[in-house]
Write a protein that binds this ligand. Structure first.
Ligand code: HSE
Length: 423
């Protein structure tokens, strides 16, 4: 039986899940894999669960980096510093690192990858995207025969929970967020989730792997859900759409578009059925066609499942594999990033209720090459009424220019919301 000595850094939600998984599954892993998982050290500022004192480390460098018997370091403290210094030190000492740290990977991956390559250590990060969904290794190892051309994902559980609850219980964004915070489902400071940063980091990692090219976060368009109202969701429902925060990336030749934004999708789209805090990634490969992976995107045990799959996988490797795309901070030089992509739009305008207003609005869209697919005006009689339009696919900049022009005419009181539509 081969013994694998492990150090765990961070004993919060996911760290506790990893600790419990090692205790629960130790015998099974021994029988199935011939590997004895030996948790040697745990370093944490706070201990979310009770563990034996003999496991507690006090100094990362003295107790873990200098301990030659430790093979694998699991980093679950998150954030950039000191996680980055810890990981670089562990890799430098030849220890394989397993991490869930998407912020760090999205922003410093080349440096970490280079450090791993230099010492021959492994660097694994299945838990960084999609919690328990095995998406990283699926892209890296199971879809190698494909050219992946598009990905659409619900990769932030907090926002999917909020949007689902708004849609199903007809509650406002503020009401649902407050409830979710009270129940511990949303962070006290929800910015990273609700403003789309979390999804942007995850999309950078997924797109880089899928497209075999760096897709830096600086090249990803990002818009969160803080501007979404119940009205938008209700109008969308009447028109047959479900509203989701989607992370989308597409590659055509050497042109990539990568974006995170609220998106209306038809109720029949596979991603429309993903409710609550679940995640799903829907992608297209030229050989496999469409494929969707679905599961819990967060939580102690689902994320621990991904972490431990890396630990066991790493322990089984005679030598480690590394990503081979351009290790530069900037985008790969041969790539172009498309900012003026095409999508349809759901537009909610507040307009004067008078004859010829629609004709004038349609004229302005037409002058920017934007064609209207449908129009809905339900209210009539008051001075200003909501007018909901769905456009055909149009260039991003054309729609924005048309909206800019519309916001200046007296017939349009305001552009209440503009939400992209994908199918
Ligand atoms: N905060 C993330 C989410 C989970 O809401 O999906 C961790 O990546």
């Amino acid at each position: 039986m081969r013994e694998v000595n492990i150090a765990l850094i961070g004993l919060g939600t996911v760290g506790s899940g990893v600790y419990k998984t090692i205790c629960l599954q130790k015998q099974r892993v021994e029988h199935k894999e011939g590997i004895s998982l030996n948790l040697k050290k745990v370093l944490a500022l706070e201990y979310a669960i009770d563990i034996p004192d003999s496991l507690k480390a006090t100094d990362f460098y003295a107790d873990i980096v200098s301990d030659k018997s430790i093979d694998i370091v699991i980093e679950l403290i998150g954030g950039i510093s000191p996680a980055k210094e810890f990981i670089l030190a562990a890799l430098g000492a030849g220890k394989t690192v397993v991490t869930a740290n998407k912020d760090l990977l999205a922003q410093h991956w080349p440096e970490l990858n280079a450090a791993a390559k230099a010492s021959g250590a492994g660097l694994y990060f299945e838990a960084s995207v999609g919690g328990g969904i095995p998406i990283i290794r699926t892209i890296w190892e199971s879809l190698q025969a494909n050219e992946i051309t598009s990905m659409m994902g619900i990769i932030n559980g907090t926002t999917n929970y909020i949007l689902t609850k708004m849609a199903e219980e007809k509650l406002s964004y503020e009401e649902v967020l407050a409830q979710a915070q009270a129940q511990g489902l949303a962070e006290a400071n929800p910015k990273s989730d609700v403003e789309g940063y979390d999804a942007m980091y995850k999309l950078s990692i997924l797109s880089s792997l899928a497209f075999h090219a760096r897709v830096p976060v600086e090249y990803i368009y990002r818009e969160g859900i803080t501007g979404i109202t119940l009205e938008d969701i209700k109008y969308g429902q009447e028109l047959g759409y479900t509203l989701k925060l989607l992370a989308i990336s597409k590659r055509e030749g050497n042109t990539v578009q990568a974006r995170v934004h609220p998106t209306m999708i038809p109720n029949t789209h596979p991603l429309a059925s993903i409710r609550g805090a679940f995640n799903a990634i829907y992608l297209h490969g030229n050989i496999v066609d469409d494929i969707m992976l679905y599961g819990r995107g967060a939580g102690d045990m689902p994320t621990a499942s991904a972490v431990m799959s890396d630990v066991i996988y790493a322990a089984n490797q005679a030598s480690h594999k590394y990503t081979t795309f351009y290790n530069e901070k900037d985008a790969s030089s041969e790539m172009t990033f498309e900012k003026n992509w095409e999508s349809a739009f759901f537009l909610r305008l507040i307009v004067l209720d008078a004859p010829n207003v629609l004709a004038k609005i349609a004229g302005i869209f037409g002058s920017h090459g934007v064609s209207l697919a449908s129009v809905m005006q339900k209210e009539h009689g008051s001075e200003s009424v909501p007018l909901v339009l769905i456009t055909h696919k149009a260039k991003e900049l054309s729609v924005k220019q048309a909206l800019g022009e519309l916001s200046k005419i007296k017939e349009v009181t305001s552009v209440a919301n503009a939400i992209r539509v994908e199918s």
